[in-house]
Design a protein around this ligand. Structure first.
Ligand SMILES: Cc1ncc(COP(=O)(O)O)c(C=O)c1O
Length: 399
């Protein structure tokens, strides 16, 4: 018999691959969806600075457009940007070289391409948690199995149990994803911890995917300790970076990968079959950000440090609320005593107090009982949001 399938009955054959159908939707977006467009809501749910991209970066893009740079570029990015990235990284003590850099349209795209290039179905990936959900999601898209290792709270700070992490990095592990400074916890790896991890991963041939997108948003020093400081060019280490956070360029979608040279042809192919290249005028803006952006990065970090301190002070003073001190990134990840359903709490906060936060459960079961607040906003906005949270929690009891 021939004929179309009845549209009213979803048919097996019309579903996506099982791995994709099984992916959970974003719980951050589940909350945001209910509040987007509401003028009375203070939105602190996404990881996004509230200010627009600095002028000199926007001007560089405009100049590029006016010069007619509207064509495809090479898969790995324009040589000028690859060189600028290598020079910028060298200035931070990171070893790379333009030949090891691949420009990508965003950090999240860089992670997807890297995982698709390196992971086969059934591969084991290890990930500290609470974690940015996209890391686990992308590994799952590639068909990998994700094992998590819980961060622990020690003296008011998140820490990895190094022995526990090393024990999880079994010889059959293909990759460890290390996002530090971390979203959502602000956790950082120390340089000695990185050295131990690198030695272990070398021994077992495990890939380290270092998600370094918050490496400049640190509250002591100029940059977080980085694997690229200690790796040899042929090490199985891949660093993912982005223009989104340090230069307020979330909407531009520009990032990069630093990888062993031997992986570059594969990454070029991945780029070809994905977006082929990042837009040239966006890449030109990236050069301006790297070459003229140090003052912007420094001012941004100073502002976030003040925001972090204010959020920790105002929220940490609330009964039953604990705010582990974030050492980097742009989030307060607060735990609320008595909360066993962070999604319901985030929804109630939105509905009744007009504050948009991300539910801790969005970052894995280890985040349950917590809420994530992005503090990359003006001081007055942050004060108002904390005031609303305080008034709401004063009368809150979980049903
Ligand atoms: C930990 C982490 N990695 C990577 C990214 C990706 O950033 P983008 O895709 O904007 O470059 C984000 C964005 O929120 C993030 O939090």
């Amino acid at each position: 018999m021939t004929g179309a399938l009845p549209l009213s009955e979803p048919h097996h054959d019309t579903l996506a691959r099982a791995e994709i159908e099984a992916l959970p939707g974003s719980l951050i977006r589940a909350v945001a969806q209910e509040g987007l467009g509401r003028a009375d809501v203070i939105p602190l749910w996404f990881g996004e600075p509230d200010g627009v991209t600095p002028d000199f970066i926007r001007e560089a893009a405009k100049r590029s457009l006016d010069a007619g740079q509207t064509f495809y570029t090479s898969n790995h990015g324009i040589p000028a940007l690859r060189n600028a990235i290598a020079t910028y990284q060298a200035g931070l003590g990171r070893k790379s070289g333009a030949g090891r850099v691949c420009v990508t349209p965003s950090g999240v795209n860089a992670i997807l391409l890297a995982c698709q290039a390196l992971l086969s179905p059934g591969d084991r990936v290890v990930l500290p948690t609470p974690h940015w959900p996209n890391l686990a999601g992308i590994a799952a898209v590639a068909g990998a199995t994700v094992a998590t290792v819980r961060l622990r709270l020690l003296d008011g700070r998140w820490r990895i149990g190094l022995d526990e992490l090393l024990a999880a990095l079994t010889p059959d592990t293909r990759m460890v994803m290390l996002n530090a400074p971390a979203n959502p916890t602000g956790w950082m790896l120390t340089a000695p911890e990185q050295a131990v991890l690198l030695a272990h991963c070398r021994r077992h041939g495990i890939w380290i995917l270092a998600d370094d997108v918050y490496e400049r948003i640190v509250f002591t020093g100029r940059v977080a300790p980085g694997f690229l400081e200690i790796t040899e060019p042929e090490d199985r280490v891949l660093s993912v970076n982005s223009f989104s956070k340090g230069w307020a360029m979330t909407g531009w979608r520009l990032g990069w990968i630093t990888a062993p040279e031997a992986l570059m042809p594969a990454l070029g192919k991945m780029m070809e079959f994905n977006t082929s290249c990042a837009p040239e005028f966006v890449q030109r803006a990236g050069i301006a950000a790297l070459e003229q952006g140090e003052a912007v990065v420094a001012a941004t970090v100073a502002r976030y440090r003040a925001c972090r301190d204010l959020a920790a002070q105002l929220l940490g003073a609330l009964p039953g609320v604990r705010v582990p001190y974030p050492e980097g990134a742009m989030y307060a990840f607060l735990s609320v005593e008595g909360c066993t359903d962070s999604l319901a709490l985030a929804r109630a906060l939105l509905r009744e107090a007009g504050v948009g936060l991300a539910p801790g459960r969005a970052f894995g079961p280890a985040g349950e009982g917590c809420l994530r607040l992005c503090f990359a906003v003006e001081e007055a906005t942050l004060r108002e949001a904390c005031g609303r949270i305080a008034r709401f929690l004063a009368g809150w009891r979980e049903p």
